[in-house]
Design a protein around this ligand. Sequence first.
Ligand SMILES: [Zn+2]
Ligand SMILES: [Zn+2]
Length: 347
Amino acid sequence: MIRFCVLGTGAGGAPTLRRAPPAVVVRLEGSVFLFDCGEGTQRQLIRARVSRRKIDFVTLTHLHADHVLGLVPLLASMASDKRQEPLCLIGPRGLAELVWKTLRWVDVELPFELQVRELETGFQGEVCVSPQWILSCAPLYHSIPCFGFRLQERRQPALHVERLCAMGVKPGKLMGQLKRQGWIELPSGERITLEQVSSFRPQPTFVYCGDTRPCPTAIELARRADVLIYEATFASDRAFLAHETFHSTAAEAAEVAYAAEARRLLLVHFSSRYDTEEPMLQEARAIFPHTDIAQELVWDEIIPSDTLDDESQPLPDPNAEGGQPIAGVSLVQRAHQRPGQPGTAHP
Ligand SMILES: [Zn+2]
Ligand SMILES: [Zn+2]
């Protein structure tokens, strides 16, 4: 089950009394992800009852001030905590330099391993996988390189136990072996594969887009997402401003959700020009009825449906390694390694 809490719904660097800068925290099967880290995110984490010690991944959509100004203070607090567990930072090119230089200037030594995975501009694909989830990204269309992220829970396919029993496979060792290796051999010599005796189960999917104009990659990233968190900096009365500043209106956000066949749309990143989100909500719901304004500090969840779904979708790769970076991102890491700085440890 994916649980998430929007920590900030404002746009621009300055927090207001009503809205904090962008950040969303997500819990999934023992892993904690922080998407974006605006100024004051630490206080919002406390209010959301999330211990910063538990955060495993900090994932930044882009390096605009409103999305990153809380990051170094968060790292400094983790250093004060004498954190020992490694932390993984994911974000656009330039993230490593921003972090290391600022930490050096403010004289903070990290007692833990900080792994920085920079995404090549335009990179699209899987960023990190574990047996429980897949984190992937797609480039968006903003004034500087910016990414959206898709976090998908991996659920084992559902075994048709009755069919297996009829074949003489009783619940127990053989079934476990079938799940693990993807096939078994019956005493008769007949070989049975997992695909023959299982159904795909829906994979709960959470998508968080950074600042962007509507674009095909955002739609693809959000394809059939259970929850899409997407920016609505303006209502259509300021469509020209949205265009000029590479942001979206609420109506455009709704069009993305509609085109992507998302199940729910949550709007965030509201300009301080608006005292109320009502205009954004109205225009978005006219296009995509399953729209809500994200509420700060309210926990929400995506509950996996156990309805069997026989659509011929690919089964999870049983050979995937837990928590290991995969091909596309390793490549990016190598491309950004700097002499004398392995990219996985404090210099
Ligand atoms: Zn922003
Ligand atoms: Zn921005």
